[in-house]
Design a protein around this ligand. Structure first.
Ligand code: MF3
Ligand code: CO
Ligand code: CO
Length: 284
């Protein structure tokens, strides 16, 4: 097995805990393990949890208000107003130059669609709304799909299977399992249903920053990648395509990710805490 970085170091003078011993066991056998900083303190977990409550409130509001004839800019305004009035900050606003408070990704748009006044929701559209809240410096990140009115059986199935992929990925993540277990389970379920998994974008550690280590790929091999340790907080956010997994970025805005074949794509996302017993959802 290839030797990985020495990420886990017990600070000098600090007593070695049972957790240290356990993680060092894997590290000594060549596995990639998290740094100690990726293990959240109870205080940090509490902060992320509270941020998650606001983020869930935002998505519940969008779910209640979304309708045909609405522009994606109107969705953005709901997200901004709710977040600010609850003491939070929308994390995407100004993030690496992103101009809005959420991402709105319709049909063949995979993710990172920018809300605007010209995209008007139509009957049969499927749309992902992705919101991230910062509260007292803590980040919570989640997204849902919404079906506008009635859509085609194919798009309905895509939305459903993408949701199942998130659930199956969640179930596959066990303490002292590996990141690759998650991607393996997701890819298997997507393929079984005739769909493909986007490979260029992934889930991520989250909580103290927007995007932390590790990358959480939605494809892969069991038993590979970083060790999953209680106290880690990360997203799983599979992007599932009806056709090819390949995507491109809109050159005009530099953000919008679109499927290469312009067939539809669906995505669901939660922020999770790894516990002694498996994942706990922090965004519902
Ligand atoms: N919320 C997205 C994620 O799940 C990131 C959006 S970054 C933006 O990681 F800049 F595009 F908004
Ligand atoms: Co995310
Ligand atoms: Co997100």
């Amino acid at each position: 097995m290839k030797r990985n970085k020495i990420n886990w170091r017990v600070p000098k003078g600090m007593e070695i805990t049972d957790l240290d011993r356990k993680v060092l066991y894997y590290q000594d056998r060549g596995h990639l393990v998290p740094t100690r900083e990726l293990i959240k303190t109870p205080e940090q977990i509490e902060g992320i949890r509270r941020s998650g409550i606001i983020n869930t409130g935002v998505l519940d509001l969008v779910e209640k208000e979304i309708h045909a004839g609405m522009s994606t800019l109107e969705i953005d305004k709901l997200v901004y107003d709710y977040t600010i009035s609850h003491g939070g900050i929308p994390a995407t606003l100004g993030y690496e130059g992103f101009p809005k408070s959420c991402c709105t990704s319709i049909n063949e748009v995979v993710c990172h669609g920018i809300p605007n006044e010209f995209d008007i929701l139509e009957e049969g559209d499927i749309i992902n709304v992705d919101c991230t809240t910062i509260l007292d410096g803590y980040y919570a990140d989640a997204s849902r799909m919404f079906i506008i009115g009635k859509t085609t059986p194919k798009k309905e199935k895509l939305v459903q299977v993408a949701r199942e992929c998130l659930e199956i990925g969640m179930e596959a993540a066990k303490p002292f399992g590996f990141i690759g277990d998650i991607g393996h389970a997701i890819e298997k379920h997507a393929k079984k249903n005739g769909f493909s998994v986007v490979r260029d974008l992934c889930g991520h550690g989250v909580g103290v920053e927007f995007h932390e280590e590790p990358d959480v790929e939605h494809f892969g091999k069991k038993g590979t990648g970083m060790l999953l340790v209680p106290g880690m907080v990360f997203t799983i956010e599979p992007m599932i395509n009806a056709g090819t997994w390949e995507v491109f970025i809109d050159e005009e805005d530099g953000w919008t990710v679109v499927t290469e074949d312009e067939l539809p794509s669906a995505q669901w996302e939660h922020t999770f805490l790894m516990t002694e017993n498996g994942l706990e959802i922090l965004t519902h």
